[in-house]
Each structure stands twice: as structure tokens, then as C-alpha cells.
Design a protein around this ligand. Structure first.
Ligand code: 5SP
Ligand code: FE2
Length: 217
């Protein structure tokens, strides 16, 4: 199971140190939440922060684009240091084209959807992606409560992927904690994003990471 701590919950003034803490804790990925104030009602950060993170860290940069018409910026995010780019099905009229563009840029392509969007919207691109992200909160903010029905959505997507032998990651994002991680992994999740549960942990991010390890051991 891959843990992808969401940098949205870290101390931006200490970004380099936060990334170093994750690296020292043995975490392979960092989740980078880009929000434009249009697709979601919040603005987070964009290209310069990703580029700064890339300069000081060799963690896999897992970029979650919550922006309208993400195809306008895919190359910029790839150039700024993304390893994987995940786009929301609701944010573009051309999800198949966007996924193809990410692959053409030599990056791993991810697709995601809001909790209120039908899983069927994923089907046309399932064979073309490296990662499917099940959002378990309405995107836009960290620190929200996990939506329980997400567990069944994970199970369904994992089954669909298994039907044609896909090894795509099934990632879950939003309200993920050491308390619900086991149920998610048992349902087929291979990749968990966690922001507040890691950076808000008593004892700091390293303790937050250890709590996930303990519960999944
Ligand atoms: O994409 C998002 C929110 O839109 C997430 O990546 C959050 O940043 C996760 O934060 P927690 O729910 O784990 O605090
Ligand atoms: Fe995210």
C-alpha cells in the first residue's frame, strides 16, 4: 500500500522540511492538491509550489488537479515536476483526450470523480489510466469527514479493473485516517491520500505515518 500524504495540510513555510520528514519516514509519494477557485470553491496553490517541492525532494509528485479544463495546464505541471497527473472527469469535456495527453507527456495518468458522480463516467477511460482516485469527500478542502459509501465505490472500481487485468492503482482521498485505512485496503485500495491524519497527528508527520503502518501491519 502506497501512502501519499497531502501537502495541503503541511506547513507551507517549512515545505522542504516537511518533505524531508516524509522521506525519512519512508513515504514514497507526496500528494499535491491544485485548486483554482472555479472547479472547487477554494484556491490552494499552483505551479511554483510544485516546482519548489520538486527542487528539494525526489518523492513521487502525485498531482491532483481540481481545476477547470485541466488540459490547458498539463504540460506546465509536467514540466514543473509532476510524476503523475490526476484529472477530474467533471472538469473537462474531453476526459479521454486529457488522459492521452498526460501519457504523451510521459507521466502516469490518473482519473477521479466527485462523490456525487456516477462511477460509469470512468468506464470509457479505465483501460487507459494508471490510477483511479475515488474521492471520499467533496473536493475543495482538507479536514472533511470521510463519506462511508466510498468503500463500496472502491470495491466496484477494483472489480472492474480486475476484470481486464489492469494493475492501475486505486487511490482514495478525503477524510482517510488510520481508522478507516484497513477497510479501504480490504475493499481494494492500493494507495491512500491523507492530509490532516498525517500532518495533524500528535507527534508530527512521522507519527502520523507510523499510525497507518501499525493499522495495516
Ligand atoms: O483533494 C483533497 C481535498 O479536495 C485532499 O487531497 C485533501 O487535501 C485531503 O485532506 P484530508 O481529508 O486527508 O485532511
Ligand atoms: Fe487530493
Amino acid at each position: 500500500m502506497i501512502l501519499s500524504p497531502s501537502l495541503l495540510a503541511c506547513d507551507f513555510a517549512r515545505l522542504g522540511e516537511e518533505l524531508a520528514t516524509l522521506k525519512a519516514a519512508g513515504v514514497p509519494w507526496a500528494h499535491v492538491d491544485v485548486m483554482d477557485g472555479q472547479f472547487v470553491p477554494n484556491i490552494s496553490f499552483g505551479l511554483p509550489i510544485l516546482a519548489a517541492a520538486r527542487r528539494v525532494s525526489d518523492l513521487y509528485m502525485d498531482v491532483h488537479l481540481m481545476i477547470e479544463q485541466p488540459e490547458r495546464y498539463l504540460k506546465d505541471f509536467a514540466d514543473a515536476g509532476a510524476d503523475g497527473l490526476t484529472v477530474q472527469v467533471e472538469s473537462t469535456k474531453h476526459i479521454h483526450r486529457a488522459v492521452g495527453q498526460i501519457r504523451e507527456l510521459g507521466k502516469r495518468a490518473g482519473v477521479t470523480l466527485n462523490p456525487g458522480t456516477s462511477l460509469d463516467t470512468l468506464r470509457p477511460v479505465l483501460a487507459d489510466v494508471d490510477l483511479v482516485l475515488i474521492m471520499s469527500v467533496n473536493p475543495g478542502f482538507g479536514g472533511q469527514k470521510f463519506i462511508g459509501s466510498s468503500v463500496e465505490r472502491v470495491r466496484t472500481v477494483r472489480r472492474w479493473l480486475d476484470e481486464f487485468g489492469s494493475e492501475a492503482e486505486v487511490q482514495v482521498d478525503g477524510g482517510v485516517t488510520a481508522g478507516n485505512a484497513r477497510a479501504l485496503v480490504e475493499a481494494g485500495a492500493t494507495n491512500l491520500v491523507a492530509g490532516s491524519a498525517i500532518f495533524g497527528a500528535e507527534g508530527g508527520a512521522a507519527a502520523g505515518v507510523q499510525a497507518f503502518r501499525d493499522t495495516l501491519a
